[in-house]
Design a protein around this ligand. Structure first.
Ligand SMILES: [Zn+2]
Length: 125
Protein backbone atom coordinates (compact mmCIF):
# COMPACT_ATOMS: atom_id res chain seq x y z
CA UNK A 1 0.00 0.00 0.00
CA UNK A 2 1.21 3.52 -0.83
CA UNK A 3 1.22 6.12 1.85
CA UNK A 4 0.57 9.80 1.12
CA UNK A 5 4.26 10.56 1.69
CA UNK A 6 5.32 7.97 -0.91
CA UNK A 7 2.91 9.40 -3.44
CA UNK A 8 4.25 12.90 -2.80
CA UNK A 9 7.82 11.71 -3.33
CA UNK A 10 6.87 9.99 -6.58
CA UNK A 11 5.02 13.10 -7.76
CA UNK A 12 8.03 15.22 -6.88
CA UNK A 13 10.37 13.12 -9.01
CA UNK A 14 7.85 13.07 -11.82
CA UNK A 15 7.70 16.86 -11.84
CA UNK A 16 11.51 17.14 -11.77
CA UNK A 17 11.90 14.77 -14.70
CA UNK A 18 9.26 16.62 -16.73
CA UNK A 19 11.05 19.91 -16.09
CA UNK A 20 14.38 18.38 -17.14
CA UNK A 21 12.89 16.96 -20.33
CA UNK A 22 11.46 20.28 -21.45
CA UNK A 23 14.29 22.49 -20.28
CA UNK A 24 17.64 21.57 -21.80
CA UNK A 25 20.00 22.70 -19.09
CA UNK A 26 23.61 23.81 -19.43
CA UNK A 27 22.90 25.65 -22.66
CA UNK A 28 22.60 29.37 -22.53
CA UNK A 29 21.57 30.98 -25.78
CA UNK A 30 22.61 34.58 -25.31
CA UNK A 31 21.13 36.84 -27.94
CA UNK A 32 19.86 40.38 -28.30
CA UNK A 33 16.22 41.25 -28.47
CA UNK A 34 16.23 44.37 -30.61
CA UNK A 35 13.15 46.55 -30.42
CA UNK A 36 12.68 49.19 -33.10
CA UNK A 37 9.39 51.02 -32.79
CA UNK A 38 6.68 48.36 -33.21
CA UNK A 39 9.10 45.73 -34.50
CA UNK A 40 11.06 43.36 -32.28
CA UNK A 41 13.36 40.53 -33.27
CA UNK A 42 16.48 38.69 -32.19
CA UNK A 43 19.95 39.50 -33.42
CA UNK A 44 23.13 37.52 -32.66
CA UNK A 45 25.27 38.35 -29.64
CA UNK A 46 28.50 38.40 -31.57
CA UNK A 47 31.63 40.51 -31.13
CA UNK A 48 31.87 43.38 -33.59
CA UNK A 49 30.80 46.91 -34.52
CA UNK A 50 27.35 47.46 -35.90
CA UNK A 51 24.91 50.19 -36.83
CA UNK A 52 21.20 50.53 -37.47
CA UNK A 53 21.51 52.88 -40.46
CA UNK A 54 19.70 50.69 -42.94
CA UNK A 55 18.31 47.19 -42.55
CA UNK A 56 19.18 44.74 -39.81
CA UNK A 57 19.35 40.99 -40.27
CA UNK A 58 17.85 38.94 -37.48
CA UNK A 59 19.02 35.55 -36.21
CA UNK A 60 17.17 33.81 -39.01
CA UNK A 61 18.50 36.01 -41.81
CA UNK A 62 15.31 38.03 -42.22
CA UNK A 63 15.83 41.74 -42.86
CA UNK A 64 14.09 44.39 -40.79
CA UNK A 65 14.03 48.08 -41.70
CA UNK A 66 15.74 50.07 -38.96
CA UNK A 67 16.96 53.38 -40.41
CA UNK A 68 18.17 54.74 -37.08
CA UNK A 69 21.34 56.73 -36.58
CA UNK A 70 22.71 54.41 -33.92
CA UNK A 71 26.09 52.67 -33.68
CA UNK A 72 26.75 49.93 -31.18
CA UNK A 73 29.52 47.51 -30.40
CA UNK A 74 29.85 44.15 -28.74
CA UNK A 75 33.34 43.95 -27.30
CA UNK A 76 34.70 41.72 -24.54
CA UNK A 77 31.21 40.22 -24.32
CA UNK A 78 29.67 43.61 -23.52
CA UNK A 79 27.21 45.60 -25.56
CA UNK A 80 27.18 49.38 -25.63
CA UNK A 81 25.75 52.12 -27.81
CA UNK A 82 28.64 54.30 -29.00
CA UNK A 83 26.74 56.79 -31.11
CA UNK A 84 23.17 57.99 -31.41
CA UNK A 85 21.58 61.08 -32.89
CA UNK A 86 19.14 61.43 -30.00
CA UNK A 87 19.08 64.65 -27.97
CA UNK A 88 19.50 63.31 -24.43
CA UNK A 89 22.24 60.72 -25.18
CA UNK A 90 20.98 58.49 -22.37
CA UNK A 91 21.66 55.39 -24.44
CA UNK A 92 25.25 56.45 -25.20
CA UNK A 93 25.86 57.15 -21.52
CA UNK A 94 24.37 53.83 -20.39
CA UNK A 95 27.18 51.58 -19.14
CA UNK A 96 27.93 48.51 -21.27
CA UNK A 97 25.57 45.62 -20.64
CA UNK A 98 26.40 41.91 -20.56
CA UNK A 99 23.97 40.12 -18.26
CA UNK A 100 20.71 38.40 -19.11
CA UNK A 101 17.82 40.84 -18.87
CA UNK A 102 19.93 43.99 -19.01
CA UNK A 103 18.96 46.62 -21.55
CA UNK A 104 20.06 49.80 -23.30
CA UNK A 105 17.13 51.95 -24.26
CA UNK A 106 16.99 54.92 -26.57
CA UNK A 107 13.56 56.36 -25.96
CA UNK A 108 13.73 59.24 -28.50
CA UNK A 109 14.63 56.76 -31.27
CA UNK A 110 12.23 54.09 -29.94
CA UNK A 111 15.06 51.56 -29.90
CA UNK A 112 15.93 49.06 -27.19
CA UNK A 113 18.63 46.42 -26.90
CA UNK A 114 17.72 43.71 -24.40
CA UNK A 115 19.98 40.77 -23.60
CA UNK A 116 17.89 37.63 -23.78
CA UNK A 117 19.17 34.26 -22.58
CA UNK A 118 16.14 32.08 -23.05
CA UNK A 119 16.58 28.98 -25.11
CA UNK A 120 15.54 29.12 -28.69
CA UNK A 121 13.06 26.38 -29.50
CA UNK A 122 14.47 23.59 -31.54
CA UNK A 123 13.36 23.57 -35.14
CA UNK A 124 13.41 27.34 -35.49
CA UNK A 125 17.18 27.08 -36.14
ZN1 LIG B 1 19.46 57.65 -27.25
Amino acid sequence: MFRIADILVILFFLVISIVLIFKPYGYEAKKILLVIEQDSFYIPYKEGEYNLYSKVKDLYGKEHPAYKSIDYTIKDNKLRVIHSDCANQVCVNTPAISKCGEAVICAPNKVAFIIDCQNILKGSK
